[in-house]
Design a protein around this ligand. Structure first.
Ligand code: S3P
Length: 177
């Protein structure tokens, strides 16, 4: 435990950026618990993300996601937090994450992201209309938001998850120095 107000390592970015895979590796190397806000939403709802979207719509999902972010940020134990791609659209969540953590934007080109995601993934209903056009649109609209909340940006296009984790931890160490 720590009394550092910015104790968490937070990963943000679009679907396919590698937040979960890289986050798990960072957590392992830092010997910290890892949480994914999509998993927290699922626990809060008692249903899979796909079902929340189907029954409560995106607005219902975002409301639970806001709670999930607040719960994760409130943890006194330093965590590695992987945020669902749209979690930072909420201004309250952005403020919380920025206050409670060191935020890293995992950035990749939309065509690279499209090659990594499965358009049929039920946990990613926003991709149902086609991965590449959706990711191109989201990249345009969300880039300014990720940029605002991020303390550091790491390009993931040509890196393996282990390489990305190494760069993320270098950025974290640089900020702590
Ligand atoms: C979303 C990203 C997903 C999930 C939900 C909505 C988004 O998480 O939260 O489908 O709005 O970008 P990942 O970024 O972990 O895929």
């Amino acid at each position: 435990m720590t009394d550092d107000p910015r104790r968490h390592l937070v990963l943000v970015g679009l679907m396919g950026a590698g937040k979960t895979t890289v986050g798990e590796r960072c957590a392992q190397r830092l010997d910290r618990p890892f949480v994914d806000t999509d998993d927290l939403v699922q626990t809060l709802a008692g249903r899979p993300v796909a079902e929340v979207f189907a029954t409560d719509g995106e607005a219902g999902f975002r409301a639970l996601e806001r709670h999930a972010v607040a719960d994760a940020c409130a943890s006194p134990v330093p965590l590695v937090i992987a945020c669902g791609g749209g979690a930072v659209l909420d201004p309250d969540s952005r403020r919380r994450l920025h206050t409670a953590g060191f935020v890293v934007w995992l950035r990749a080109r939309p065509d690279v992201l499209a090659g990594r995601v499965d358009a049929e993934d039920l946990e990613r209903p926003l991709l149902a209309g086609g991965s590449l056009p959706t990711l191109e649109r989201l990249a345009t609209t969300r880039a300014p938001v990720y940029e605002t909340v991020a303390d550091a940006t790491v390009a993931t296009d040509d890196r393996t998850p282990d390489e990305v984790a190494t760069v993320v931890l270098e950025e974290l160490a640089r900020c702590a120095a």
